[in-house]
Design a protein around this ligand. Sequence first.
Ligand SMILES: Cc1cc2nc3c(=O)[nH]c(=O)nc-3n(C[C@H](O)[C@H](O)[C@H](O)COP(=O)(O)O)c2cc1C
Length: 147
Amino acid sequence: MNAIIICASTHHGNTRKVADAIAKEYNLEVVDATQVHEKDLSEYDLIGFASGIYGGKFDPNIIKFAKENLPENKKIFYIMTSAMNKIFKNAMGNGIDGKNAEIIGRFTCSGYNTFGPFKLVGGTSKGHPDDEDIKNALEFYKGLIKE
Ligand SMILES: Cc1cc2nc3c(=O)[nH]c(=O)nc-3n(C[C@H](O)[C@H](O)[C@H](O)COP(=O)(O)O)c2cc1C
């Protein structure tokens, strides 16, 4: 299984922590979509898009990266961290429109949030992703790749 994770994690590095844990355990490459805008993904069997949620969406760099680099007919998965810890169904916007991508899984966990007024109260979900979140993320990935 040749897999890769495309990541944007600009607020506190919350999502990167999850992506890095999976990458370390399963020996994958993580690409920072805020720095790298072009990549040939044709050789990958499985492509993950990982991002914090900002206004209900992935970082615009992730959406643009998918639009410009995701080949057709790929298996993909999403990793998101957010204050609300839910699956944001439209997080990718129109990033994969016309790609015939198969979304084989979505992972969510809480991420430390100091956006706007939350900063005044010391933020929300302090300490997340925590060890339990990381354990869940590794389980999630294991489930994705089992035959
Ligand atoms: C500009 C901004 C907008 C955000 N919008 C949302 C949101 O719409 N829903 C939500 O649940 N969390 C929201 N959050 C919280 C982040 O999704 C959360 O802190 C996430 O873990 C950040 O991930 P990162 O550290 O990988 O960037 C927002 C945070 C910022 C900075």
